[in-house]
Write a protein that binds this ligand. Sequence first.
Ligand code: ADP
Length: 309
Amino acid sequence: MNSVKLFSPATVANLSCGFDVLGCCLDNVGDEMIISLVAEKGVRITKIDGADLPMETHKNVAGVAVEALLDQLGDETTGVEVEIYKKIKAGSGIGSSAASSAGAVWGVNHLLGYPFSNKQLVAFAMEGEKLASGNAHADNVAPALLGGFTLVRSYTPLDILKLHTPDDLMMTVIHPQIEVKTSDSRSVIKPNITLKKAIHQWGNLGGFISGLYTEDYDLIGRSLEDVIVEPLRSILIPEFQRVKNAALAHGALGCGISGSGPSIFTLSKGEATARNVADAIREVYQTTGLDFDIHISKINSEGVRIIRS
Ligand code: ADP
């Protein structure tokens, strides 16, 4: 057992009411990776297919994340080779960098006989996120590693919870193929918020989590509201409000910015509604002349999975 081929899923972070703490894992959108243990020590990225990304270990999130894992083990002899088959475009807002970091550490942990739990792997994968965005956030890598919906209850110390996933929840995501610079999407956010807005937002976060556990889809929908970041960031995404209006008019429970954008997510109850929502938002985007992808996915309760051992 010295090589494994993996599916490493895309993820949607923030989910309107949980900026930097909530995330969820998609089922049929993601990268593939082959992770191998080899005789020559050190970590190497040997192939990247489908994207123009750095091959140097210390510039690629997968390399940095695996090095963090080996450092923690005090392992200076293991050799690791990583092949990345990118299907998620970098900068899409559906966790492209997280898929590489999470898949790489999951694969190495598997090949080494599971010295770490999946929750422990989150900290190593976060080192990759730090490289990608300057900020070691866990709201994409946690759902990629644990599956389902996850909550970062605390960053210091790191405390990650896996939440319940109602069976009928479906995600529809539109990815407009425009570049929103991470620096721009960060610069529009204000460092302070009013108490009034904080109260509004933590009410929604509590409501959303309660809705997941009680499988109360109306409550989930009512809670998918963002009074803090969306009003500022949505101006960077063409036709955001029209997409949101169309999604809600066609039965979506809620709609918001996926991660730092430009992707927009919607949650629906049932596949038929998720497909109607996809048709409605496609119609909106076809008027823009922009290229875009639409994904319809179940929630993946497993996270990274093996395609071939
Ligand atoms: P996303 O939100 O889709 O993950 P980010 O902006 O967070 O996009 O991450 C993309 C950044 O990370 C890009 O600057 C990219 O060059 C860098 N990066 C380094 N290695 C990888 C990798 N293996 N996969 C994706 N992005 C990577």
